[in-house]
Design a protein around this ligand. Structure first.
Ligand SMILES: [Mg+2]
Length: 229
């Protein structure tokens, strides 16, 4: 019998390479507006976007509000007179049309799904996340996809973990594992919900003092052995 019966797993930067897809979508959106995306502009977008997602995690704003607000704030910082809502819609359309996987993601999910029930738990925009998953070979391997925008609550709030756990048959939290790349949302949230956690840490970053993952892996190919125990 495997060590875990249910596995909750993050999507962006854990299974999907969102950074690459996001960079391309942003570049194409600027191109459509007759502008070229510089490295400096990209870094500022990345920082502004991260700032908004942090505010969502802290419960200060909603995912739906973030969709336009991140571009409103970004263009205001750049001093560009671009209408944020239309730009946001074009960006989302572009980003949902590509799915790049992190190396080893499909193989790892396939192997894990042979041992445990897998639920994807992602802080994100519903139609974007669902379109990207539906195009991926992982789609038929997972029991459910929980997206924060439609859940109305985001990781690290234990509420969204409880919602995701409800899509599995597992009622014993000691047999449930959360896997993700974010200490602040995936690992802290899993700990708050009372389940074991595994930090996907490909760049060998250091652990924050107050968040201690139960396991840590550098490669997704290391995950099945942890689920197997
Ligand atoms: Mg992530």
């Amino acid at each position: 019998m495997p060590r875990y019966d249910a596995v909750l797993i993050d999507l962006d930067e854990t299974l999907f390479d969102f950074r690459r897809a996001g960079h391309e979508a942003l570049e194409a959106s600027f191109q459509a507006a007759g502008l070229a995306l510089s490295d400096e502009w990209y870094r500022l977008y990345y920082a502004t976007n991260a700032e908004l997602w942090r505010e969502v995690e802290e419960g200060k704003t909603s995912v739906t509000a973030l969709r336009v607000e991140r571009f409103r704030r970004y263009f205001s910082r750049l001093g560009l007179a671009i209408e944020p809502a239309a730009f946001a819609a074009g960006y989302e359309q572009r980003i949902l049309s590509v799915t790049y996987h992190i190396e080893g993601a499909v193989e790892a999910v396939r192997e894990i799904a042979g041992m445990a029930q897998v639920v994807v738990l992602t802080n994100g925009i519903s139609h974007v996340q669902r379109a990207r998953i539906n195009r991926s070979p992982i789609a038929h391997l997972i029991r459910a996809v929980i997206v924060s925008e439609e859940a109305g609550v985001s990781k690290p709030d234990p509420g969204i973990f409880s919602l995701a756990a409800g899509f599995t048959d597992c009622r014993d939290r000691s047999r449930m594992l959360m896997i993700g790349d974010s200490l602040a949302s995936d690992i802290a949230g899993g700990i708050a919900f009372g389940i074991d956690t595994c930090w996907y840490n490909p760049t060998a970053g250091s652990v924050a003092d107050h968040v201690r993952p139960g396991y840590e892996v550098r490669h997704l190919s290391d995950l099945p052995a942890i689920v197997r125990g």
